[in-house]
Design a protein. Structure first.
Length: 217
């Protein structure tokens, strides 16, 4: 029986929900999921039954509630040290934490102009002020992490880590909006997209009936 329940929003739109969900699945940590559709009249009321933050995701374990995507991932890394959610080497781990925190706190122009919408395609849209700067910084992070730490595998630090979970929604956005990237970045995006867990999330997003107008063009 799973000891965790992850409360999430719509899989098509909820980028923050994708991050810990993907970490749990790739790490093969058993959990149950509870989806609360976003942007509905009862959304906030339903979320408040699980967390006072009024936001998803939230991880439930007994009477413990951990909200915020990065905090959930950090908690999982601490409670399951054997699954390697952070790189083992101190330098790689420090950089992985730094780029994860930058993703968590930054790139507001891209977030606003390119909402995650997995089942749609909007080529050329979402190119508002500051978006290209965000794209340039993100792709630079991917290249540099791969060059310095990624030789052992297909992900930013070789094996899949929390850093990849944090950037997975950006990969989804780049696919939706058909952002042009170099060969190295395209290979990284393909590795994220090929994850069985990522494919499962995308397939579920395709089946969802809910529509959020603000995330559609």
């Amino acid at each position: 029986m799973a000891t965790y329940t992850l409360v999430i929003g719509n899989k098509n739109y909820s980028s923050w929900s994708l991050r810990p969900w993907l970490a749990l699945r790739v790490a093969e940590i058993a959990f149950e999921e509870l989806i609360i559709p976003l942007d509905e009249p009862t959304t906030r009321e339903e979320i408040l039954k699980h967390t006072g933050s009024g936001r998803v995701p939230v991880l439930k374990s007994g009477d413990l509630r951990v909200w915020d995507s990065l905090a959930i991932c950090e908690y999982l890394a601490e409670t399951h040290p054997d699954v390697g959610l952070w790189p083992a080497a101190p330098a790689a781990r420090a950089v992985a934490r730094a780029v994860s925190a930058e993703m968590h706190a930054g790139f507001t122009a891209l977030r606003a102009a390119m909402p995650m919408n997995i089942r749609s395609r909007f080529p050329g849209r979402g190119r508002g002020p500051g978006v290209q700067d965000d794209i340039n910084r993100i792709t630079a992070i991917w290249r540099r992490c791969r060059e310095r730490f990624g030789a052992g595998g297909a992900f930013l630090f070789g094996d899949f880590t929390i850093a990849d979970a944090m950037f997975a929604p950006v990969v989804a956005r780049f696919v939706t909006y058909e952002v042009e990237v170099g060969a190295d970045e395209a290979a990284y995006m393909a590795a994220i997209g090929a994850l069985p867990a990522m494919r499962d999330w995308a397939a579920a997003a395709e089946r969802e009936p809910w529509i959020i107008d603000s995330a559609e063009f």
